[in-house]
Design a protein around this ligand. Structure first.
Ligand SMILES: [Zn+2]
Length: 85
């Protein structure tokens, strides 16, 4: 198995450095308790990956409440480059 692809970007809401994390065979929507690899956003000061909502150009972390903005088109392009659909 190869490693996750990580793509850095600056969150346009907080100006903080975040990272789109795409594990091999990852999914954007993963049910709680599932062991499927999750695509999400690494963000400052939190070990969890935030949930990505491409159509809203946004991400949100239920663990720490972080809200950020990311281009859905950019993120979708990164994901499509990695994930074979
Ligand atoms: Zn968080």
């Amino acid at each position: 198995m190869s490693d996750s692809v990580r793509a850095k970007f600056t969150d346009s809401a907080t100006r903080q450095q975040c990272e789109l994390v795409i594990p091999p065979g990852g999914y954007i929507f993963v049910a709680k308790g599932s062991d499927k690899p999750k695509i999400g956003i690494a963000h400052p000061g939190c070990p969890e990956l935030a949930d990505l909502t491409l159509e809203l150009d946004a991400f949100h972390c239920p663990a720490c409440g972080f809200n950020g903005r990311v281009s859905g088109a950019w993120a979708a392009g990164r994901i499509q480059a990695v994930t074979v659909v």
